[in-house]
Write a protein that binds this ligand. Structure first.
Ligand code: MC0
Length: 175
């Protein structure tokens, strides 16, 4: 298999045909093929998202231990103001998330649990293939099609109820 988006989708289509096989061993092999494809689609941990009540106070807290603010934007579709804080060289970042309205998922999170880790985000080579592969394995994706995330990235989420209690974000950076 190659390593571009079309190759991943083509491989998933082949696996889907196998998943429907009457032969249990063939169906299990097809499931294993999907896992292998996902192993190639996932790049690494992109960021850890923290729900915060006050964005500037949170920037001050994390800056004090040497993290650096590298990006700030407002995303009204997601109901957040976010600040990306680089850890060390910045390969992995902490994302500070403050609600912009009462209907924001961050407002709901803070009301229920207070500030803390709200999500873990994986960088992926292709968000469509990542979402499709995870669906094929029985995970629940929040969106049928990806939405816009940080820096114009494409994002989707795995519902925490299907993911061991973790809200998992999938991020495809657009270069
Ligand atoms: C809710 N639950 C969570 C959770 N949020 N568990 C772990 N981590 C979370 N973040 C649990 C609740 O405690 C509850 O469990 C159950 O899930 C409720 O599920 P629900 O009724 O379906 O839904 P809600 O209303 O609680 O909403 C959860 C949901 C929502 C994940 C659907 O937060 C959502 O749409 N999130 C995706 C968008 C998002 O988070 N945007 C902000 C970041 P019990 O056991 O009590 O039943 S924006 C972002 O990240 C962008 C800018 C980016 O990075 O590019």
């Amino acid at each position: 298999m190659g390593s571009n988006a079309a190759d991943f989708m083509a491989a998933l289509h082949i696996a889907r045909a196998g998943q429907g096989a009457a032969d249990a061993a063939a169906a299990e092999a097809a499931r294993g093929a999907v896992t292998d494809i996902l192993g190639q689609v996932l790049i690494g941990v992109d960021h850890v998202g923290l729900a915060v009540a006050d964005i500037d106070a949170a920037v001050e807290l994390w800056s004090a231990m040497g993290l650096r603010e590298v990006h700030r934007e407002r995303n009204d579709e997601q109901g957040v103001v976010e600040v990306m804080m680089a850890v060390g060289a910045g390969t992995t970042q902490m994302q500070l998330l403050a609600a912009t309205s009462d209907t924001s998922p961050i407002a709901a999170w803070i009301d229920k649990r207070g500030p803390g880790i709200q999500q873990v985000a994986y960088a992926v080579r292709d968000v469509h293939a990542a979402a499709e592969g995870l669906r094929m394995l029985g995970f629940t994706l929040l969106y049928e099609l990806p939405k816009r995330g940080t820096h114009g990235s494409l994002i989707n989420f795995v519902h925490p109820k299907s993911c061991g209690g973790v809200l998992l974000e999938l991020v495809e950076h657009i270069r």
